[in-house]
Every structure is written in C-alpha cells, then in structure tokens.
Design a protein around this ligand. Structure first.
Ligand SMILES: [Fe+2]
Ligand SMILES: [Fe+2]
Length: 286
C-alpha cells in the first residue's frame, strides 16, 4: 500500500488532510456522514462498495454512516485501507491519487464471521422461518378457504408466524439479546419497526381469514413474506455479526443460559413446525 499516498505533496495539504480517518487524510469529515448521502453525492462510491460486497445501494435501512460501514463489515486492515483510499480518490479527484494496488487476496481474505452459540441459534431459527417464506408464494397461489384442509394450511402457517417466528424468535431478540445493547440506536428502531409491521400483517391475516377474504389474506401473507426476507437478511448479514463482535465471552455464556430459560418459559415446540413445513414442502414438490 505504499503507492496510494504518492499523489500528495506538502504544499497540497490543507486542514482536512491533517484529519485522517482509518489512516486516510481528508476522510475525517466524512466518517459521520450518512453513506446514502455520500453515494447520492458520489454515485461511483456505491459501485466501489458493491465490489467489496457491501450492499449500501440496495440496502433499505439507510441509516449507516461511513464509520459504521467499516465497523459492521469487518475487513482485513489492508483491504479497509484500500477501500478508503479508493473512496478518497472519488471524493478528492484533484489530488490525483494513484489507484490503490489491489490487495493480494491471499493475504487479505476476510474470515467469515463465526457466530457464537447463542447467535447461531437465532440464525438457525431464521432458516426455519425462511423455509416458510419460500412456501408463501405457492400457499398464496393455492389458497382455498372453502375446504377444511385449505383453511388448516393457513391457520397452521399463521400459527408458525405467531408462535415460532414471533413469540419464540423475536421474543429472544427483543427481551434478551437487545437488552445487552443501547437499543435507542437507529438500527434497533428499524428492527423493532419491522417486528411491529409484521405483527400488524398477522392481525390483518386473522381478520381476513375470519371474513374469508382471500384477496386481503393473499396481500398480507405476501407482504409479510417480503418484509421478513429483508428483515432476516439485515439481521444475518449486518446486525447479528456486529452485535456478536461486541459481546464478551461472559455475556455469550449468559446469553445462552437466558435463551434456554426464555425458550422453556415460552414452551413452543420447534418440531411441530418442522413437521408442518416438511409436509407442505413435500406436497408442493409434486
Ligand atoms: Fe428480528
Ligand atoms: Fe430474527
């Protein structure tokens, strides 16, 4: 990474070049700026972030600042510096910064995040919820409220959402995991809002079921599916790795114990939902 600073000389230095962020001059003033605003001002930065598998452009959360991006998407230091240098070159084209030499991928492989046991438990629960989300389009396509069997599929699906996805899973998130952090931060508010909207869709589904309103039922089931797919992606790829890195070893042990206790108190049987999903998957395969 020696050549990337070659575009500078002492006479070009101004105030901003003295205030460095992550070792890159001039970036201090951008570190607290919203990444969406930066991309709006400099669209090329969105393309660069994509190259590093940082999906800020399609991200619907939109609350991260530049410093959060580096904090959340933990990268090897060489790669982080390379990224910041490329961003700097877009923001300050007058500096004629030479392109950063691509980091030798063998030296800078970002090790994928290995979740702690309690966080992995939440990620595994997402896998079950995603099986249901994958079935929703077909369920919607085949809704038949004129038969007991057709009604049963919907009733059991809504039960999975309320009991497994909400009480068992969102319950652990809201009542246990999030209590370890300052949940007034915007990212938590986004997550809480998703949970609230999801619960509202369930309420509407139950009303639609009672009225045998297939159109409304289809609408809220579909909206729930799309919302939860995005929600799980936010948690799996952004929130959970980030939170997991902040937990101490003692907190990880404590979290596992609290999750056990919470699951026991809630008393939901995961096998029941696994069986429901397996049956439905088998039926729709044919
Ligand atoms: Fe959640
Ligand atoms: Fe979740």
């Amino acid at each position: 990474m020696s050549s990337s600073r070659a575009g500078f000389n002492d006479t070009q230095l101004d105030f901003h070049t003295y205030t460095t962020f992550k070792g890159v001059p001039g970036m201090e003033i951008y570190k607290n700026k919203g990444i969406k605003d930066i991309i709006t001002e400099f669209p090329k930065i969105g393309d660069i972030l994509e190259e590093y598998d940082i999906g800020c452009v399609p991200c619907t959360v939109g609350i991260c600042q530049l410093k959060d991006i580096l904090d959340i998407h933990k990268m090897a230091p060489e790669k982080e510096l390379e990224l910041m240098t490329r961003i700097e070159a877009v923001i300050y084209p007058e500096r004629e910064i030479q392109s950063a030499e691509p980091v030798d991928s063998a030296l800078s492989v970002d090790s994928p995040h290995v979740f702690s046991a309690p966080m992995q438990r939440l990620v595994d629960e997402h896998v079950t919820v995603k099986r249901w989300l994958a079935l929703i389009p077909t369920v919607v396509d085949k809704i038949d409220l004129s038969t007991d069997k057709g009604v049963r599929v919907i009733v059991d699906g809504i039960d999975l959402i309320r009991s497994y996805a909400d009480r068992l899973h969102h319950g652990k998130e809201e009542d246990v995991l999030f209590t370890y952090f300052d949940d007034s931060e915007k990212i938590f508010q986004v997550i809480y809002e998703d949970h609230r909207i999801a619960r509202n869709h369930v309420k509407e589904m139950l009303t639609a079921l009672e009225k045998k309103d297939v159109l409304a039922l289809s609408k809220h089931l579909t909206a729930y599916g799309l919302l939860l797919a995005e929600h799980i992606k936010k948690e799996d790829e952004i929130l959970f790795p980030w939170l997991d890195r902040k937990l101490t070893a003692e907190q990880v042990v404590e979290l596992s114990e609290k999750f056990d206790l919470e699951d026991k108190q809630i008393g939901v049987d995961p096998e029941k939902y696994d069986l429901y999903l397996s049956r439905l998957e088998g039926r729709f395969k044919n």
